[in-house]
Design a protein around this ligand. Structure first.
Ligand code: FA5
Length: 378
């Protein structure tokens, strides 16, 4: 037994250190290591993807990721031979390749397992959420038209339609627009056919165009429907007509070459301008809000006398919404109404401007881009 404090080393034999000369570890270039890794990765992916049955897959697994003699293991050992400074980069790439080889193996396992499953299980899985169908909706202009019809219906106006391809009689002549009026200029309209052809009828005092093929155009205003309605009805008349009209206008924030108008027409005994204004005021309050103001500005339309521009205003200024006036006696005459007995008012409002104002749309061109992200808001 040794005494506490005795010098234990004094009892041990002196061991002289032996120096064994080890062969130096060969240094592997990083590029060589990475090339080896890449080809291993490609070969393993190919082997797993092409394995047609479980036993081929198992053989590939042992070859590439086998714990003892798998090729991945062998490459991992080579990591130690990579120069110390390159080792972090080599290790990082090794881990990535290892994960991708394991993922390739896993997907091969799933593929071969699925092959063995009964077909019925593969096509009907009631736990998978259904495909969500996006619901469509009406275009904001169509929604606005529906609301305008509803409002005017409550004021006693019936909605009627008219054709978009019109003859000159309904678009101009019966509306008291003579042949030399600038509104009939071919450059101001979309004529269908030869607009240079001389017309049989130039104004309403002549008999109606007897030719079987009158000159046609895309209607430039819904006022055409005033004529078509009065031709087939006797007073009292109380209609609106909403639809497309076409003009070669340059598109900007408030104009488009195709747009929509709401035409209104009321013909009866004793109709006055006061009826026109109260009707438009009632309409505006229903379509917008109680704080809307209405202003009539003197204007000229060949088919109304007197004629006005209808402006509406909110806190931020006046906007022109349309034209209006008392139906011109010449127009009543052209459709066979007695102007001594009947009077009437008419108006035509721009539906894009109404829609834009209701929804705070700054530029009416947005309405026609057909961008569902925009349209879906309404
Ligand atoms: C007319 O079209 C007349 N037919 C209105 C009328 C009817 C007057 C009945 C008298 C009696 P005007 O060209 O001003 O009028 O057009 C009426 C409204 O249509 C304009 O105030 C505007 O709101 C709208 N509008 C006109 N051009 C365009 C366009 N290019 N794009 C969008 N809206 C337009």
């Amino acid at each position: 037994m040794l005494e506490h404090g005795s010098d234990v080393f004094a009892l041990m034999p002196v061991v002289r250190p032996t120096f064994i000369i080890q062969p130096a570890t060969p240094v592997m270039a990083l590029s060589t290591f990475l090339t080896e890794l890449d080809s291993l990765s490609a070969e393993a992916a190919e082997a797993f993807a092409s394995a047609a049955d479980q036993s081929t897959l198992e053989a590939a697994r042992v070859q590439f990721v086998g714990a003892k003699s798998g090729r991945l293991k062998a490459v991992q050992k080579g990591l130690g031979a990579v120069d110390k400074t390159d080792r972090p980069a080599a290790g990082k790439r090794f881990n990535e390749v290892k994960q991708s080889i394991e993922a390739a193996y896993q997907s091969a396992v799933e593929r071969l397992t699925a092959v063995g499953r009964p077909t019925a299980c593969r096509c009907a899985d009631p736990t998978i959420p259904g495909a969500c169908r996006r619901l469509g909706r009406l275009h904001p202009i169509t929604q606005t038209i529906d609301e305008l019809k509803e409002i005017m219906g409550r004021l006693g106006f019936t909605a009627v339609d008219g054709p978009e391809v019109e003859d000159e009689w309904h678009n101009f002549v019966a509306l008291n627009i003579p042949a030399d009026h600038p509104a009939r200029n071919p450059l101001e309209n979309f004529y269908v056919g030869d607009a240079a052809k001389p017309q049989a009828v130039e104004n309403a005092s002549q008999p109606r165009d007897p030719s079987p093929q009158p000159l046609l155009l895309l209607r430039s205003q819904t006022s055409t429907v005033q004529i078509r309605t009065m031709e087939r009805m006797r007073p009292p008349v109380r209609i609106i007509s909403c639809g497309r009209v076409y003009r070669p206008d340059t598109a900007d924030a408030t104009h488009f070459p195709m747009f929509h108008q709401m035409e209104g027409l009321l013909v009866d005994r004793g109709v006055t301008m006061a009826d026109l204004k109260s009707t438009l005021r009632l309409f505006a309050r229903s379509a917008f809000a109680d704080d809307v103001h209405i202003r009539f500005r003197p204007s000229f339309f060949p088919f109304t006398e007197p004629s006005v521009e209808v402006d509406m205003s909110w806190a931020d200024g006046w906007i022109e919404m349309g034209g209006a006036g008392m139906v011109d006696p010449n127009v009543l005459d052209a459709v066979g109404y007695d102007p001594e007995e009947y009077s009437g008012f008419a108006f035509g409002l721009g539906i894009e401007r109404i829609c834009a104002r209701r929804h705070g749309i700054a530029d009416i061109r947005e309405l026609f881009k057909n961008d569902v992200r925009f349209l879906h808001q309404f």
